[in-house]
Design a protein. Structure first.
Length: 116
């Protein structure tokens, strides 16, 4: 069974940085495109943040994070990363990784809180 475990969240001031990690197990990691998604509190829907192809050669970003966030992966470590710079209070959410498109069960996510 595929497992996805997110880590690296925390509390940071606006303008700060965090790096999230997502460790995958249970399959050949490098075959699959991966994505980061986030869900803010207050009944908001989960939204796409960034994605990366299996080889890591192509990336896509939501307009709201373009130029501030960078997705990357290390297939030897079965891990995908999300480097988040210039964080804003609007980036506050629980961040999840999944296949892209997301077809796996969601993990516990990583809480990111950006204070103003």
């Amino acid at each position: 069974q595929v497992q996805l475990v997110e880590s690296g969240g925390g509390l940071v001031q606006a303008g700060g940085s965090l790096r999230l990690s997502c460790a995958a197990s249970g399959r050949t990691f490098g075959y699959y495109a991966m994505g980061w998604f986030r869900q803010a509190s207050g009944g908001k829907e989960r939204e796409f943040v960034a994605s990366i192809t299996g080889s890591g050669g192509v990336t896509y970003y939501a307009d709201s994070v373009k130029g501030r966030f960078t997705i990357s992966r290390d297939n030897a470590k079965n891990t995908v990363y999300l480097q988040m710079n210039s964080l804003k209070p609007d980036d506050t959410a629980v961040y999840y990784c999944n296949d892209n498109p997301p077809i796996r069960d969601w993990g516990q996510g990583a809480q990111v809180t950006v204070s103003s």
